[in-house]
Design a protein. Sequence first.
Length: 338
Amino acid sequence: MRADGRATRLLGLPALQYLLHCLDVSYDSCRYLRFFTPLGRRPRTRRQLETLLFIHYHKIEKTLALAETPALFATSYLPTLLDLLDRWMERVGDPHAVAFKGACGALEAYRDRVGKRLAVEFPSLAAQIDRRLAAFSAAGAAGESGGTRCMTAAALQAALEAIDFERLVQSRRSVRNFSPAPVPDDVIVRAVRMAQQSPSDCNRQPWRLHVYTSPADKERVLRVQNGNLGFGHLAARVLLICADTRAYVTSGERHEPYLNCGMFAMTLIYALQAQGVASCCLNLSRYSFQDIAVRRACRIAAWELPAIMMAIGYPPAEFQVAVSARLPVDDVLSWRVL
């Protein structure tokens, strides 16, 4: 304990904090430059192509979902999308992949919506789209996973009638006491399937979830996290949510991995809670040298960015939770008139 105290005091020295800040900035910058997928570069890997496909075809989906769709749009980036689809078939050759089928579906919806005007004003582009869609369809890339679909307010309301979301939210607590009961695989799979409905920028879905179950694996992973003392060993499973940094294309997106993982994590927490599984998020704020330790202990890919760790398990029959008082709404909410 005395050694830990000395280390804490040492890390708190202003000069050392400044040095660590500089090292951490350099560390993050090098990792970003190594793995991000710039828009102007010709991507070679499956993940890079997938990222750019999501970005470009989702532009079509978003525009088609507007209350008033422009009579003609997307002509500036359609050639890029077509080129990405061609490269996908050349390099990856998987016509059943979600990103590829989604792009084909978006193209079909686009062609249906603006086809006549496109054929008149951009006949060459229209012919290219028709040829690609015919070829991709022949390869088995049915485009039902892209484009738009109609929803009604009545159907949405009907789906919400049986849900008491406020009760679910108010009952959520960070639990630091778990029963010995194991959490089945299918419970986690179901929770992840629900969490995948979380929003992400351009539908890139960069999150990756690693599950650690054996006592040895849990001990190894929890050793590099400093907030699980006294209860981490009770968790049925330890989860690590990471972001695939190859899904980002500009430095303006450098904070998006944490944002996307945060939304995924919150949905995952509620999805687990709805099945009776308690959870406690574990802090992963870390210096660069600690980040290296996390990566080694958790054995994740170099391009993954560890964002959130979580202990989960079924709660015992009776247990204590922190009150964790919330600030008044007025401290959080601001009505602005500009």
